[in-house]
Design a protein around this ligand. Structure first.
Ligand code: G3P
Length: 191
């Protein structure tokens, strides 16, 4: 239990580091919270900085989800505990202690956590994300479709992770509520 509590706390703290902000500083780009969608995530870094800083943001935000879950796995903790650790990392990104609890949408962090816990499901979700991007070039639409497919895919392929993907879908859809409104109004910006 001590290890579980420590890993959950570490996951929340790691999740609270919004890598879009240091990456934008490094590239001398404007604060992503004041540009485009206002979201401190890879998509919004792409809008001002293009692929290199966006991919670095994606990789680092994914790594902070992947690492604590991998540690929980390596320590022999159960899938349920690993799922809880994953949720702490994603929650850290969404309501970060270091940025007055104003964070991002959790897609990259969920990607990393998912790769550590349910790689087949997560890779299929990533493939769906890329297919939607290829067809419509709207990141939020790709994220929403991929995350909603998560519970369905995991139910068949990695059923012990179904509760995690269900909760991730719920949290991430709620965080995209403004994107959903813009999508419904046909005003969501493409890439
Ligand atoms: O990962 C976040 C993405 O789904 C939407 O980002 O900046 O278009 O709101 P954004």
């Amino acid at each position: 239990p001590v290890l579980t509590v420590l890993l959950c706390a570490a996951a929340y703290l790691a999740g609270s580091v919004l890598f879009a902000l240091p990456v934008c500083q490094l590239w001398k780009l404007p604060d992503p919270r004041a540009q485009g969608s206002g979201n401190p995530g890879a998509t919004n870094v792409y809008r001002t900085g293009g692929w290199p800083p966006a991919l670095l943001t994606l990789a680092l935000d994914a790594a902070k989800g992947w690492l604590p879950v991998w540690l929980a796995h390596a320590a022999g903790l159960s899938v349920m505990v690993q799922a809880v650790v994953a949720l702490f990392a994603v929650t850290g990104h969404m309501i970060p202690i270091f940025y007055r609890f104003k964070g991002g949408k959790g897609v990259a962090t969920a990607l990393g956590a998912g790769l550590a816990l349910a790689p087949v499901t997560t890779l299929m979700m990533a493939a769906i994300w890329m297919l939607v991007i290829w067809r419509w070039r709207i990141s939020a639409l790709a994220s929403l479709i991929a995350i909603v497919c998560g519970p369905l895919i995991s139910a068949f392929l990695e059923p012990e992770t179904l509760p995690l993907f269900g909760l991730l879908a719920l949290l991430i859809v709620v965080r995209h509520r403004n994107n959903l409104i813009r999508l419904a109004q046909g005003r969501e910006a493409g890439l």
